[in-house]
Design a protein around this ligand. Structure first.
Ligand SMILES: NC(=O)C1=CN([C@@H]2O[C@H](COP(=O)(O)OP(=O)(O)OC[C@H]3O[C@@H](n4cnc5c(N)ncnc54)[C@H](O)[C@@H]3O)[C@@H](O)[C@H]2O)C=CC1
Ligand SMILES: O=C([O-])CC(=O)C(=O)O
Length: 364
């Protein structure tokens, strides 16, 4: 039996977590042989609700769950963690853009960055789900100067999965028969879902199977605004699909994407001319606990214009939160780029992995 790993989930009493936690506990994220200790983080006002969620986890009697602890602040909740699923933040409601959440949510990620910096395992992998995810991720990373920028990601996997699901439906194929789809840029209506490198059933170019007008005028805006469409119909923002995407992202980052292209919001190293130092969604392959940007894809004029537009939006968001971005403390930090310390798979930074049984009294 492997040693348990510690996973913090923030916003653990919220909608997304109500789906996410049970999937993690069932082994869907890190595999059926990986025990987990769940460190659930909420705001003080939500601790009663969180206690109820923890009781339900207990009632599932998941064999892989070796501990659950509840925390009302990240400095306790992130202690020794190997994985951080940062969901806790305000969601938007009808009529709002995700960027409208910038001010409300930015402060949360500045504090959580400091906490990760101070108390998390040195190889922690952190995924930002809370919106606006890319810029929150930038704030998080810059507030954690002792961790590499490549240890942080913003979630664009939901956009990627939507791009696959809606294309699969159009073509009458299973989404798993499509590879090479990617989403560039910001998790916002400027994102660029790119089908120019996608293959269907191994050898047919997706772009040749669809009408250009449908691609540009229907498909692209649909993916870009799918979050708002869900809010319109459901009255609430996506929850189960967001949880699945978070799970898929962390699964692939930790265990590999099995040769398939996935989209991740990662620190730009200047690839494809994207400004360095923003969290931008790129097509990547994951292996051995780290990711590599797929290089040398041909980007046509349309694609270049789309990629610039979403980059520009991220630069504007960055300027708007400048006061929450501590200056880089180590010149070498940028150079860490994608050569992540999170490539290591051993977790041995002095954390206590001695909890080999479920401790009900930790639900407190
Ligand atoms: N990147 C993406 O693709 C997606 C992102 N989202 C975003 O995820 C976030 C969460 O969505 P839901 O779960 O639906 O919202 P929710 O409102 O149901 O739950 C959010 C939870 O976060 C908690 N919270 C707030 N501040 C916190 C803090 N400082 N520390 C810990 N917990 C805190 C709240 O008490 C609440 O329980 C929203 O910002 C939403 O916009 C949602 C869907 C997709
Ligand atoms: O749109 C929202 O506010 C929630 C979200 O990020 C999504 O569903 O993509």
């Amino acid at each position: 039996m492997k040693q348990p790993v510690r996973i913090a989930v923030t916003g653990a009493a919220g909608n997304i977590s109500y789906s996410l936690l049970f999937k993690i506990a069932a082994g869907e994220m890190l595999g059926p042989d990986q025990p987990v200790i769940l460190q659930l983080v909420e705001i003080p006002q939500a601790m009663d609700k969180l206690r109820g969620v923890a009781m339900e986890l207990e009632d599932c009697a998941f064999p892989l769950v070796h501990g659950i602890s509840l925390h009302d602040n990240p400095f306790d909740g992130f202690r020794g963690i190997h994985y951080a699923m940062l969901v806790g933040a305000r969601p938007r409601s009808k009529g709002m853009e995700r960027a409208d959440l910038l001010e409300a949510n930015a402060v949360i990620f500045a504090e959580q960055g400091k906490a990760l910096n101070e108390v998390a395992n040195r190889d922690v992998k952190a995924l930002v789900v809370g919106n606006p995810a890319n810029t929150n991720c930038l704030i998080l990373s810059r507030n954690a100067p002792n961790l590499a920028p490549s240890q942080f990601c913003a979630m664009t996997r939901l956009d990627h999965n939507r791009a696959l699901g809606i294309l699969g439906n159009k073509l009458g194929v299973n989404p798993s028969d499509i590879d090479g789809v990617c989403v560039w840029g910001n998790h916002s209506p400027t994102m660029y879902p790119d089908l120019h490198h996608a293959q269907v059933l191994g050898d047919e170019a997706a772009i040749d199977m669809i009408d250009e007008k449908w691609y540009k005028d229907e498909y692209t805006p649909r993916i870009q605004k799918r979050g708002a469409e869900i809010i319109e119909w459901r009255g609430l923002s996506s929850a189960a699909s967001a949880a699945q995407a978070a799970l898929d992202h962390m699964h692939d980052w930790a265990l590999g994407s099995d040769g398939r292209v996935v989209s991740m919001g990662i620190i730009s190293d200047g690839s494809y001319g994207v400004a360095k130092g923003i969290y931008y969604s790129f097509p990547v392959l994951c292996e051995f606990g780290s990711y590599q940007i797929i290089q040398n894809l041909h980007i046509n004029d349309y694609g270049q214009a789309m990629m610039k537009k979403t980059e520009q939006e991220l630069l504007e968001e960055k300027a708007a939160v400048d006061h929450l971005l501590p200056k880089e403390t180590a010149a070498s930090r940028e150079e860490l780029g994608t050569s992540s310390r999170s490539g290591q798979t051993e977790f041995d930074a002095g954390i206590d992995t001695g909890e080999s049984y479920y401790k009900a009294d930790r639900i407190c």
